[in-house]
Design a protein around this ligand. Structure first.
Ligand SMILES: Cc1cc2nc3c(=O)[nH]c(=O)nc-3n(C[C@H](O)[C@H](O)[C@H](O)COP(=O)(O)O)c2cc1C
Length: 363
């Protein structure tokens, strides 16, 4: 039996080296294609609906090697049956016409399983290295919003025209259109006001960095009230680094070891780079603006969500997140394949049980 609105699960594809924590702790996770195929197949068997690839053009902060996101996503789709793969795309290097065309083809080949994550950029050094201009924080969102309006227009309309600051189209007709209707799903991340404002107008999904239940509730309330005013619907995913162990002590000990073995130099360099991102937003409240050293050991504040403990504790906390409006948990793990399997066997059944109990009570 399934409930009407089951919370969904995604995982971060380790397509860059170094795993999801900037730490010298042993990580039985590998960025190779072979490892990632086994992981994707394990994930779809264990209740994960989505996989999110990352886009990075240069090394730094523990990610020495990086496979490109769109080609890697397509390769994972070829080896899976149900998993939906979200390819990260950066406006700047990608232009909307190319992205729309490339993704429509992948949608066709994968029978409607590709999605995209439009990232606005946080790493100035990377943009400088590849010769891309670096607009100021809020201006990056002006460009991303035009990018999303453009690709959605191309996917849904014939003779699409658009006259923006960054992109212009005149009577463009894409054929074939994507299989997914009304269009391929568009995800977008960020914590700043500009990120939320854009999501409330044009994104299908908003990804938040890790946060407490109260913290994410405040973000969701703001996001959904703005979306309502715009007559737009947006779903929410939250990042969480999950450490599920048979006992709470074991799980906490793993967290302590990750932090104790942090790669201090890399975390500090990451901290400096993030000043170009969230802290650079006019309100100073974007991604990482309030992150401590310990928080930054996980790239997207994933410890803050506190899915660290026994399967029962984690399942209860997931349902608490669902109850404030979270639709999806974006998860990272230390030893990906084995922990995805543990999650599917031990945690997921408890989440579904709690959801059913809750639904019965409300009925
Ligand atoms: C879940 C999630 C995934 C992201 N993936 C990437 C990525 O693959 N590559 C990248 O350069 N930035 C990525 N970002 C960064 C965002 O696109 C954005 O630039 C950053 O969160 C700064 O947002 P803010 O200053 O508006 O809060 C990601 C952010 C989130 C929350």
């Amino acid at each position: 039996m399934t409930t009407k609105t089951e919370i969904q699960f995604a995982y971060w594809v380790p397509n860059v080296s170094g795993g999801l924590v900037v730490s010298n702790i042993e990580q039985r996770t590998n960025w190779s294609y072979e490892y990632n195929v086994s992981l994707a197949q394990a994930a779809e068997k264990n209740g994960f609906s989505y996989a999110l690839t990352q886009i990075r053009f240069t090394a730094g902060y523990g990610a020495e090697n990086q496979h490109e996101s769109v080609s890697f996503s397509q390769a994972l789709l070829a080896k899976t049956e149900n998993l939906r793969v979200i390819a990260a795309i950066l406006p700047g290097p990608w232009k909307p016409a190319l992205a729309a065309k490339q993704l429509a083809t992948i949608d066709y080949i994968s029978n409607g399983r590709i999605a995209i994550n439009v990232v606005s950029g946080w790493f100035k050094g990377e943009f400088d290295a590849i010769g891309e201009e670096w607009p100021e924080h809020d201006e990056r969102y002006v460009r991303s919003e035009e990018f999303i309006r453009s690709i959605k227009g191309i996917w849904t309309q014939d003779q699409f025209s658009f006259d923006g600051k960054y992109y212009q189209f005149k009577d463009y007709t894409l054929k074939p259109k994507p299989i997914q209707q009304p269009h391929i799903e568009v995800f977008q991340g960020g914590t700043s006001r500009a990120a939320r404002d854009m999501a409330s107008r044009v994104s299908d999904w908003y990804f938040a960095n890790g946060n407490t239940v109260d913290g994410i509730k405040a973000q969701i309330d703001d996001l959904r009230s703005k979306a309502k005013a715009n007559n737009h619907q947006v779903k929410v995913g939250i990042n969480a680094f999950i450490i599920a162990r048979d006992t709470e002590e074991e799980a906490k000990a793993v967290l302590e070891e990750i932090i104790a073995k942090a790669n201090v130099e890399a975390v500090q360099a990451f901290d400096d780079a993030t000043r170009q991102a969230g802290a650079a937003s006019p309100e100073g409240e974007g991604n990482w603006a309030k992150s401590t050293f310990d928080d930054l050991v996980q790239y997207n504040d994933g410890f803050k969500t506190n899915l660290i403990g026994t399967p029962q504790q984690i399942a209860e906390r997931i349902v608490a997140l669902k109850n404030v409006g979270v639709d999806l948990i974006l998860s990272g793990f230390l030893h990906f394949i084995e922990e995805v399997e543990y999650f599917g066997e031990k945690v997921l059944p408890l989440v579904r049980e709690l959801e059913q109990q809750q639904e019965k009570k409300l009925a």
